[in-house]
Design a protein around this ligand. Structure first.
Ligand SMILES: O=P(O)(O)OC[C@H]1O[C@H](O[C@H]2O[C@H](CO)[C@@H](O)[C@H](O)[C@H]2O)[C@H](O)[C@@H](O)[C@@H]1O
Ligand SMILES: O=c1ccn([C@@H]2O[C@H](COP(=O)(O)OP(=O)(O)O)[C@@H](O)[C@H]2O)c(=O)[nH]1
Length: 467
């Protein structure tokens, strides 16, 4: 059996407790089979980039690499998060492109390849993750690595015309042809990538997910919707109810219902729109005022990037405005917390909540939506209000699906969820939970690996027949 080597920018090294679905999901995926996890150490150093650190936990060996400030600025803060992130989230208006950060991105990817290549064995299976590392397979192949290599894109694939708007797009995106399998979150992402290959990428698209690159190399592209460790989260949420932070939250709410949002502080998550939607709920459903408290957990993310700092200021202003207008001496409608919470604690918060608010403007998947469902009490589950524009909406049709730009729609969905009879809540929850139990994070890893390792598997979580 070949060894699994996972490569990602963000690595959940033991003791690390940072928000982000990729690290949470890959940790769960690696726990089952073990392997090597290679990536950035999370440290920016004064010296030259490239020092390696190694540690092990269980069957997982972690090897991480330091980056210096110049490289980190160009690669992570710059090209990854100011060029590719907005582009891939359909935000051409926020794309900041510079040749300098593009070169920094390439330089760091080349360093990843230099440091990783000597650690690889011929029969390894290498699984590279996300937009930070698009050219890595091509760079490894230049260094003589011949083993199977797969890529998984955790974020959306936008329409081809948007991709083609990025200067020099073909130079970057054509490096994807060096992989054997490219995984996407949804079928729509696959289709948009196929359109790009056909229209701008000089390649051909065949049935069954097969693509042909210019020059004749063949590879596959398919959808593998990422998931969560459903059974683990369900049992964690029961135990978490006794954690002091969860008990304190419950005590502070009574007798009011809780609506919860948990998102990195990122413009893709639609937080200003959600706050405004909540305010619209307070106005449109004035009779219910005081019956529900909205807790938004929003740990600061990518705080060195200008757009993220501006978002933080904007949210502070909107939150102040909402509470200033609607709070009464014994009730604050919106609790806005910029702290990162341990995953286990969050499961307890989810279980307390009657509503989960997940309304991104675009999201590759959104694991919080799935975690919220997995953490509910089967006898008295909460209701998920979910954006149509999150990848998760493709599989979670029993949520209350909303367009996050439609503030009245979000307001009314909050009211509907708050008043939904128990029988209907149970019915909707059960359907989503059944699917999450079947297609959990382990099924995701196995399905991807089965295709990458050459044994085609059917991975199509059946969409429910009706909403
Ligand atoms: O590593 P950071 O810059 O701190 O950001 C955290 C992660 O954000 C993004 O997560 C995505 O992956 C999730 C799991 O597949 C998915 O549910 C979500 O929709 C995506 O936004 C990013 O893609 C990761 O690389 C980051 O580590
Ligand atoms: O304070 C926090 C906030 C979030 N998360 C986790 O971060 C992940 C966020 O993943 P998601 O796919 O929803 O979005 P991303 O941040 O990856 O874009 C989820 O597993 C959350 O439980 C966490 O551990 N602590």
């Amino acid at each position: 059996m070949s060894r699994l080597v996972v490569v990602s920018n963000r690595v959940a090294v033991p003791g690390e407790n940072r928000a982000g679905g990729l690290a949470v999901a890959l940790q769960a995926a690696l726990e089952e089979k073990g392997g090597l996890w290679f990536g950035w150490s999370g440290r920016t150093v004064r010296e030259a980039s490239g020092a390696l650190h190694e540690q092990s936990e269980g069957d997982i060996r972690f090897v991480t690499m330091d980056l210096n400030k110049r490289d980190h600025d160009a690669y992570y803060n710059g090209f990854a998060n100011r060029t590719l992130w907005p582009l891939l989230h359909f935000r051409l208006d926020l794309v900041d492109y510079s040749r300098e950060t593009r070169e920094g991105y390439r330089r760091v990817n080349a360093l990843f390849a230099d440091k990783l290549a000597p650690l690889l064995r011929e029969d390894d299976t290498v699984w590279i993750h996300d937009y930070h590392l698009i050219p890595l397979a091509a760079l490894l192949r230049e260094r003589g690595i011949g083993c199977r290599m797969g890529f998984f894109l955790h974020v959306p694939m936008p329409s081809p015309d948007l991709m083609a708007a990025m200067p020099d797009h073909a130079r970057l995106f054509s490096t994807l042809y060096s992989y054997d399998l490219i995984g996407f979150q949804t079928q729509r992402d696959v289709e948009r990538f196929q359109d790009y290959v056909r229209l701008f990428g000089g390649g051909r698209v065949f049935g069954d997910g097969v693509l042909e690159a210019p020059g004749g190399r063949r590879l596959r592209a398919a959808a593998f919707p990422i998931s969560i460790d459903t059974a683990h989260i369900a049992s964690q949420s029961v135990a978490a109810i006794n954690k002091p932070a969860v008990r304190d939250l419950r005590r502070s709410l009574e007798p009011r219902l809780l609506a919860i949002g948990v998102d990195r502080l990122d413009y893709s998550k639609g937080l200003p729109e959600r706050f405004h939607g909540f305010e619209r709920y307070l106005e449109r459903h004035a009779g219910e005022r005081g019956s529900l408290t909205y807790l938004q957990i929003a740990p600061v993310s990518r705080g060195d990037v200008t757009e993220y700092r501006q978002l933080r200021n904007q949210l502070e202003q909107i939150a102040g405005h909402i509470n200033g207008n609607h709070a009464v001496p014994d009730w604050t409608p919106l609790r806005y917390v910029n702290r990162n919470f341990a995953h286990a604690t969050l499961t307890g918060f989810y279980r307390l909540a009657r509503l989960g608010l997940v309304t991104p403007l675009r999201d590759g998947m959104n694991l919080v939506a799935k975690e919220f469902v997995a953490a509910q009490d089967p006898e008295d589950p909460g209701v998920l209000v979910l954006s149509l524009l999150a990848g998760a909406a493709q599989e979670m049709k029993e949520a209350l699906l909303v367009n996050p730009h439609d503030l009245d729609g979000v307001a009314d969905a909050i009211a509907t969820a708050a008043n939904m009879p128990k029988a209907q809540r149970i019915e909707r929850w059960r359907a989503m939970m059944d699917r999450l139990e079947e297609f959990d994070i382990h099924a995701w890893r196995r399905a991807y690996m089965a295709v990458l390792e050459g044994e085609p598997a059917l991975w199509a979580p059946a969409a429910p027949a009706s909403a």
